[in-house]
Design a protein around this ligand. Structure first.
Ligand code: 2AM
Length: 178
């Protein structure tokens, strides 16, 4: 199965991202992510087997448990790719707690021999794929207010012509202390 580990986006933040997406959609054509699919990827694992998924859960349990929520503060829009065909995302501030959590998770995965995409961690939430940026300025946009994230989740991703669907397999509560 195709998998990744991400920070879950809290409900109010999700609503505000959906509003931002609607504003973007007025001038930016593309494949907009559905509200329920917003997430902040910490590590993209790709194809893994049953045995490895137990090790992934072990790694997540090791990283969670210091009772700290993670602050999500928007930094503005960014893109990957060419303006005519790009991914548009909302950047999230690389706060020490968030960067530390991603580094700890990646270390715990490596210690267990679990491979993942090793591109440097750049915290972001994807809003649009296959976007075509307009030549002129974007309309006025309302960005979400900073929020606190509570859950780190292991997701199975299923690709289809309609876009990916993400099924949560396991979550850890970052607020609980072990
Ligand atoms: P993206 O949103 O910036 O495209 C599920 O595919 C999630 O894992 C997406 O959030 C995606 O990031 C992220 N991801 C990171 N590396 C990936 C890779 N090599 N292939 C696919 N998705 C990747």
């Amino acid at each position: 199965m195709r998998t990744f580990i991400a920070i879950e986006v809290p409900c109010d933040f999700r609503d505000e991202l959906a509003r931002l997406s609607r504003q973007l959609a007025c001038t930016v054509p593309g494949r907009f992510m559905r509200r329920e699919t917003y997430h902040l990827t910490l590590a993209f694992l790709g194809e893994i087997g049953e045995m490895e998924s137990h090790l992934v859960i072990e790694a997540m349990d090791e990283v969670a448990g210091d009772g700290r929520l993670l602050g999500l503060a928007p930094t503005g829009l960014g893109t990957f790719g060419k303006p005519a065909d790009c991914t548009v995302w909302l950047g999230i501030s690389p706060a020490p707690e968030l960067m530390g959590t991603a580094a700890d998770l990646r270390r715990a995965l490596t210690e267990r021999g679990i491979a993942f995409d090793t591109k440097p961690f750049r915290p972001h939430i994807t809003l649009v794929r296959r976007a075509k940026l307009p030549r002129g300025a974007l309309p006025a946009l309302d960005f979400p207010a900073p929020a606190q994230a509570q859950y780190m989740t292991f997701y199975k991703s299923t690709l289809s012509a309609e876009g990916a669907t993400y099924k949560p397999l396991y979550s850890v509560d970052l607020a609980s202390e072990s």
